[in-house]
Design a binder for this molecule. Structure first.
Ligand code: GLV
Ligand code: MN
Ligand code: MN
Ligand code: MN
Length: 396
C-alpha cells in the first residue's frame, strides 16, 4: 500500500506529487488559494496550454481550458485540484489529469471535436478552507448566496473576499453564472472511487447512479470554564463531557438509520488549556443518508439526542440522481459497466440540478479515501481514461 505516493503513476500525478505535501498529517493539504493550490492552478494552465488549449477564468474562480473556440452547449469534463487536510493523491486530481490525458490521446488520434469542448477545474470542492464544499460549482449553479460566500472565514479568520483579493481575484462578481451554465451542454467527472464499491464488484470502472443527501453542521456545547485542580468532580459543568456523550449518541443515531453515515471530524475546546475545564466545545457533524428526508430525520434525531447549546447548519446538498439518459449512454459506450451510488459529494452532483452530468469511477484498491492511503492502480487509471476517451469520441 502506498502512502499517497503517486510516483510511477500517470505523468500528471507524478508532476504534482511534491505539491502541497503535509509533513504533519501525511498526504496532501491543498486548499483554495494556499501556496500549493496556486502552484497546482499554474501547473494546470501550463499543461493545458502545452496541449494547445485556451485558458479562461470564470467569475467563481473556476478554470476552463478550451479546445477550439469557447461556445454554448459544450462537452465539459474535469474535477478539482484541492484536497481535504492530509488527503490522498487521487480525489480530484485524477479527474483533471485524466481529462488532460484524454485530450492528448484524442489529438494523437487526429480527432477534432465537432462541438465546443472544455476541461473545467472547480475551485474549493472539499470546502477545507472555508467550511462549505463545492464552492465553485455551487456558486456557478446559484446554489449558495454570494454574500454568504464572501463572508465565510477560514481557520485564521480571513474572509473569502480578503483571501481572494490577496491572490488578485475580485470576489465582487461571484454568483450564479448563466454564461457558464449555458456553455455546459453536459458535464462528465472522472473520479477515484472512495469506498469499497468497485473492489466488491471486481470491476476497474463504474458510472455513478446517485449521490447521498448530505450536509455539514456545527454543534456548540457550553459549560463553565474552571480550574482543573480546584474544582471537585461533583461540582463541574464540563462541556467536554457533554460533547463526548454526543459523539457516541451521533454514532448510535446513524447506526439506527439504515444506510446513514454520521461523522464528527473535528472537535475543539475553548480556551484549550490542559489544566482548564473548557467553557465551550464545538464539533463538526457531517451527516448523510439515501434521501433528503432520511438525512433530515437523522439530523433531527441527533439534535434531540445531544442537547447542544447551538446546532447550526453550514451546508446542505440534496440527494442527486444522475441524468438517466446520459447514464444509459455511458453504460452503452462502456460495454455495460456497473452503476454505483456515491457516498461522497462531487461538483458533478451540484451541477446536476442545472445541466446533465455523469461520472466515471476508477477502482480504489484500498477502499480508503480522504486519507493518504487512497490509491488507484495505473492500469485501472488507464482503463478509466480509455473509457473517458470512448465517451468523448461518441459525444464530440
Ligand atoms: C467530498 O469529498 C465529500 O463528499 O465530503
Ligand atoms: Mn473529489
Ligand atoms: Mn473529497
Ligand atoms: Mn468530493
Amino acid at each position: 500500500m502506498t502512502e499517497g505516493v503517486a510516483h510511477g503513476q500517470l505523468a500528471g500525478l507524478d508532476q504534482i506529487d511534491g505539491v502541497g505535501r503535509d509533513g504533519v498529517r501525511g498526504g496532501y493539504s491543498r486548499h483554495l488559494w494556499n501556496d500549493s493550490d496556486m502552484q497546482l492552478r499554474s501547473w494546470f494552465v501550463e499543461r493545458a496550454e502545452q496541449l494547445g488549449l485556451a485558458i479562461e477564468y470564470d467569475r467563481n474562480a473556476n478554470i476552463w481550458a478550451w479546445w477550439g473556440a469557447p461556445g454554448d452547449d459544450a462537452i465539459v469534463t474535469g474535477s478539482h485540484l484541492d484536497s481535504v487536510p492530509g488527503g490522498g493523491a487521487f480525489d480530484g486530481p485524477l479527474g483533471v489529469v485524466s481529462a488532460l490525458e484524454a485530450v492528448a490521446a484524442l489529438k494523437r488520434d487526429g480527432f477534432a471535436p465537432s462541438r465546443p469542448f472544455a476541461i473545467l477545474v472547480f475551485a474549493e470542492e472539499e470546502g477545507s478552507r472555508f467550511g462549505v464544499a463545492c464552492l465553485g460549482s455551487a456558486l456557478m449553479a446559484g446554489a449558495i448566496s454570494p454574500d454568504r460566500v464572501r463572508a465565510l472565514v477560514d481557520a485564521e479568520g480571513q474572509s473569502y473576499a480578503d483571501a481572494a483579493r490577496r491572490v488578485g481575484f475580485d470576489a465582487a462578481h461571484i454568483g450564479r453564472d448563466e454564461e457558464s451554465l449555458r456553455r455546459i451542454g453536459l458535464f462528465l467527472e472522472l473520479h477515484v472511487e472512495q469506498g469499497r464499491g468497485l473492489i466488491e464488484l471486481g470491476s476497474a470502472t463504474a458510472i455513478a447512479s446517485s449521490i447521498l443527501a448530505h450536509g455539514r453542521w456545527t454543534l456548540t456545547f457550553r459549560g463553565q470554564g474552571n480550574h482543573a485542580g480546584a474544582t471537585l468532580m461533583t461540582d463541574r459543568d464540563d462541556p467536554m463531557v457533554t460533547a463526548a456523550r454526543a459523539v457516541l449518541e451521533i454514532r448510535e443515531a446513524a447506526l439506527a438509520a439504515p444506510g446513514a453515515r454520521a461523522t464528527v471530524g473535528r472537535i475543539s475546546a475553548v480556551p484549550g488549556g490542559s489544566n482548564v475545564i473548557a467553557s465551550t466545545v464545538t464539533m463538526t457533524l457531517d451527516a448523510r443518508a439515501g434521501s433528503d428526508d432520511e438525512t433530515r430525520d437523522l439530523v433531527a434525531d441527533i439534535a434531540q439526542r445531544v442537547g447542544a447549546s447551538e446546532f447550526e447548519e453550514n451546508s446542505w446538498s440534496p440527494e442527486v440522481a444522475f441524468d438517466a439518459d446520459l447514464a444509459a449512454r455511458l453504460q452503452a459506450a462502456l460495454g455495460g459497466v456497473p452503476a454505483l451510488p456515491s457516498g461522497a459529494g462531487h461538483d458533478a452532483g451540484v451541477l446536476a440540478a442545472a445541466v446533465p452530468t455523469g461520472m466515471i469511477f476508477v477502482r480504489n484498491p484500498t477502499g480508503i479515501s480522504h486519507a493518504p492511503q487512497e490509491f488507484a492502480e495505473l492500469d485501472d487509471c488507464l482503463e478509466g481514461i480509455e473509457a473517458l476517451v470512448t465517451v468523448l469520441k461518441g459525444l464530440l
